[in-house]
Design a protein around this ligand. Structure first.
Ligand SMILES: Cc1cc2nc3c(=O)[nH]c(=O)nc-3n(C[C@H](O)[C@H](O)[C@H](O)COP(=O)(O)O)c2cc1C
Length: 319
């Protein structure tokens, strides 16, 4: 079999963990595929060979080039594995995968930060990593305003003033639906209930709820606040690219020992944000991000949010 081709291995073990019988199934399967190719002599195909795991479980090693070389044999082997619910050998888990998985699991939104500064170099490094994210036609539609110190504080003050006065501005795009339906309504309620519960805000305490909402505009005290904009000459579909970019960014931050909170709260005051940044209406305000070191003492940073199991949101077909 080709040295550079990644073969895949069918293991003589069913999905429920039973050893597949008869014990010579692998040899038989390999013989059958060779017979399909050459009905005079029984000789294993160069693409399908029997093997064995380190624990003695029989396997069949398949070269994926079999599909072009002998489509019938390819289909036969794959159907055999599927019909008998046999396992495929998974590629070994690399240390990189383990580290990335740990980073994903450790990340959560942080809503109270330490005043510890984050250097411009670190912010630039994270943004450079995030810019490795894919975007349609490689358009790279993101534009970021990174604010620290007084620049961040002045924007926060201007936004808080608007918020305190219940001022309204028209968001550049709709983020929330007008009416929340299930199951999203319950999830949203649970988040609010859990968050306010942790901070000790009783149900219906509107002044304290408002105060907590207002902390969005302080970037939750984070030393760095990012504002994301999108050029209106691009279509709204490019918000997808933005989502991927921000996803990369928050994972890079987490891996660097930093924490973050994505915030669409800023879309409530696009005109104030634009005025402060000195940018034209051509740039729509996509949202913001609080970035910094988490305050481990803050109860709100201990919020654990749940997720639906994969089977609840995925329809698997053809496996
Ligand atoms: C696009 C987007 C916008 C968000 N906007 C806000 C926001 O304005 N304020 C806030 O406190 N959290 C905001 N969040 C954080 C979500 O509440 C949080 O991601 C969600 O509850 C899941 O919790 P986790 O991030 O801790 O896993 C936002 C998250 C995303 C992805």
């Amino acid at each position: 079999m080709g040295k550079n081709t990644k073969n895949f291995v069918i293991i003589g073990m069913t999905h429920s963990g039973e050893v597949f019988r008869p014990s010579d199934w692998a040899e038989r399967l390999c013989s059958l595929t060779s017979l399909l190719k050459n009905d005079k002599r029984v000789k294993y195909s160069q693409f399908v060979r029997p093997g064995c795991t380190s624990t003695g479980v029989k396997t069949v090693i398949v070269n994926p080039h079999l599909r072009e070389a002998d489509p019938l044999a390819w289909k036969f082997v794959l159907d055999f594995a599927k019909d008998h619910k046999l396992q495929f050998e998974s590629p070994p888990v690399s240390p990189a995968y383990t580290a990335v998985a740990e980073t994903f699991r450790a990340r959560h939104s942080v809503r109270r930060f330490l005043p510890t500064p984050v250097s411009r170099d670190v912010v630039a490094e994270l943004l450079e990593l995030a810019s490795r994210s894919p975007s349609g036609t490689n358009a790279q539609p993101w534009k970021v305003y990174a604010l620290a110190d007084m620049d961040r504080a002045i924007l926060s003050a201007a936004l808080l003033e608007q918020f305190d006065q219940d001022a309204t501005e028209k968001p550049d795009y709709e983020y929330y639906p007008d009416h929340w339906e299930e199951p999203w309504l319950s999830r949203r309620r649970k988040l609010g209930f859990d968050l306010y519960g942790l901070i000790g805000i009783p149900k219906g305490d509107k002044p304290r709820m408002k105060e907590q909402s207002g902390r969005n505009f302080l970037f939750f005290d984070a030393p760095v606040g990012l504002i994301f904009t999108l050029d209106r000459r691009l279509a709204q579909g490019m918000l997808l690219d933005y989502g991927v970019f921000i996803g990369h960014l928050i994972i890079a931050a987490q891996a660097r020992g930093l924490a973050s909170c994505m915030q669409t709260a800023f879309i409530d005051y696009p005109d104030t944000v634009r005025r402060f940044l000195g940018i034209s209406d051509q740039e729509m305000i996509v949202g913001g991000l609080a970035l910094g070191y988490p305050d481990p003492e803050a109860p709100e940073n201990h919020l654990v949010t749940e997720r639906e199991p994969v089977e609840a949101f995925t329809t698997f077909r053809g496996f």
